[in-house]
Design a protein around this ligand. Sequence first.
Ligand SMILES: Nc1ncnc2c1ncn2[C@@H]1O[C@H](COP(=O)(O)OP(=O)(O)OP(=O)(O)O)[C@@H](O)[C@H]1O
Ligand SMILES: [Mg+2]
Length: 201
Amino acid sequence: MVHAIPEGQAIDMRNLRKVFGNRVAVDDVSIQIFRGEILGFMGHNGAGKTTTIRMLLGLLAPTRGSASILGYDIVRESLAIRRLAGCRATGRPAGMIQKVTLAQALINDPRVLLLDKPTAGLDPLGRHETLELIRDLATNHGVTVLFSTHILTDVERICERVAILHHVRRLAILRLTSTHCFCQNVASALKSVKADAKGGF
Ligand SMILES: Nc1ncnc2c1ncn2[C@@H]1O[C@H](COP(=O)(O)OP(=O)(O)OP(=O)(O)O)[C@@H](O)[C@H]1O
Ligand SMILES: [Mg+2]
């Protein structure tokens, strides 16, 4: 069953939380992604990016919170989601393996792509081709893309917005207008976290 979803919205995460034993991997993450949008997903090692993506794919059950993809609930309707979403599972393969796994993600014309570091380990040409492919899918075919990366220039090239996780929480969603502005915004967002931390963040 497809649920009513706000016009133009493809992915809706609400207060997602995941705890492994006594380790909080993702805490209270809420992010909305529009149809045909490419949202960059950044954050330091261990910030919770892969865990979030695995929850969206129904591979991990959220401890709390909820999310839907094109109206399908990630817990109750994960099979439907896996039919309509392509994913490039986590890991750090390089070169050819990377390209093959991306190609596999595109089988069945996915309407949503959840990509975990799709450009990691690629040479410059491979990176360029991968980014252009993602851009083409979103721009010309309306595919919605969430992709994690540590490479700032990747998001600058193909994203209008980037969500940043910081210590398992959503720190900010920034609109990319210029590199300078982006770096300034990240810096000021991090400063505000430090200020919050004094107050118990
Ligand atoms: N299966 C698991 N069991 C226990 N802890 C886990 C498990 N998976 C992830 N974690 C922990 O959850 C936190 C978030 O990990 P996650 O892999 O989601 O981060 P990430 O943002 O993808 O990092 P990276 O940039 O290195 O890929 C980390 O502290 C990690 O050690
Ligand atoms: Mg990861």
